[in-house]
Design a protein around this ligand. Sequence first.
Ligand code: NAP
Length: 471
Amino acid sequence: MTQVGTASQPLRVAIIGSGPAAFYAAEHLLKQPDLVVEIDMFDRLPTPFGLVRYGVAPDHPKIKTVTKAFDGIAANPRFRFFGNVEFGRHLSLPDFQQHYHQILFATGAQTDRKMGIPGEDLQGSHPATEFVAWYNGHPDYRHHAFDLSVERAAVVGVGNVAIDVARILVRTPDELVKTDIAAHALEALRQSKIKEVFLLGRRGPVQAAFTNPEVKEVGEMADADVVVRPDEVQLDDLSRAALEAAQDRTLQKKVEILQGYALRRAEGKSKKLHIRFLVSPVELIGDAQARLTRIRMFRNFMPPTETGTNNPKPTAQYEELEVGLVFRSVGYRGVSLPGVPFHDRWGVILNDKGRVLNGDAKQPLTGQYTSGWIKRGPSGVIGTNKPDSVETANCMLEDLAKGAHWQPAQPEAAAVEALVRQRQPAYVTYADWQRLDALELANGQANGRPRLKITSVDEMLAAMGKAVPAH
Ligand code: NAP
């Protein structure tokens, strides 16, 4: 029998998802000198790049330039993209087993964590993930509505997603028009009456999850002052010790920036972004129509414990903040895939270094792998996915060398394409996507914008010259 991974029998790999983790895994496999591998990447949307297109803030265009590197990977003749094809809907796990030696799940984290407090379902309370998807033109969220006629909003959590949301809420239309924010969001934000946004951290500045460039950036916005309370950026003993023990200056710098904000006098800009610490929302309160009117929160303190951990504890003090909008931004969460073992509490695919484990015996399942947020949880920046995917891809290579892979009945590249065509005639290739990409850029240019995103799947298909399926 010929060895899998050679010219006469290429290794056939299916990658589910097309975000950074998916591309970095493809890159690592494709660059192996002694391996002939063919990669098919599937995405349920007609567009590739996952959170680079639908998660990265529109005012962070530099971060998005990583897609140039992904284009380079996709240009490899042994790479194909099948967009608008959904795992579990158009093709099932047994279908993939028929056609591939290995499958890699890199589907990211598509939903959010809840705070678990009363009132979370009131009108005006939203997951930050939905707002992000909306302003980035994700087809599933284009019709979402957020009541921007209120004057005060809060974002719970002090991570980079929370600060992205807060920033977008207080940016001016002139700042936003220079970005690739979805046209519907730009229009809604133009009419926005939001004047004050409160970012709410349950611990102190040393524990804040956002990163320094993002903290610095909010101090430089065109028409929004950043406001920090001096008493909330004073450090408790454990935090001070953590800061002194920090290996590099990054953490100290973050605290310095925040303490600097506390000393700043407001410049009289028309909006305010308040960064609050040591407060925990305990209830969202609504009016008779179940519309959010305020948040009740406890003031916290950070007691030293035997283990020295920095867990917040409520004081006897509480306060109420009048707000008409709340975005919870306390972390993304992975969604399970049909037939793939999932750890419900952690929101990840059960795995060991990227090898998918069976639910009961915790043994690796032949041929199945995972990388990115669905493997390790929603942490790190785009680049973090590179070593993560390399780790997984190395497991794939090790298992291949041992002959531990699926034995597909129809490994030919044409066979799976025929199946896809039959199950989802409206599938999209990378060349199709590149046509859409060029069109969005041209439409942007014609309107003085960097890109005008098309936000409906049918319109995307029409723009690519594909037949739009009847609904
Ligand atoms: P994150 O960095 O994990 O931040 C989550 C925040 O939610 C933390 O401040 C956390 O506080 C808080 N939180 C969790 N449970 C809470 C609760 N019950 N009540 C109040 N606060 C709670 O997650 P993220 O902001 O969703 O970002 C996900 C990842 O994407 C991160 O690694 C982030 O850096 C990355 N990202 C990067 C960029 C960028 O590079 N510009 C942009 C967006 C996202 P505790 O620490 O107290 O738990």
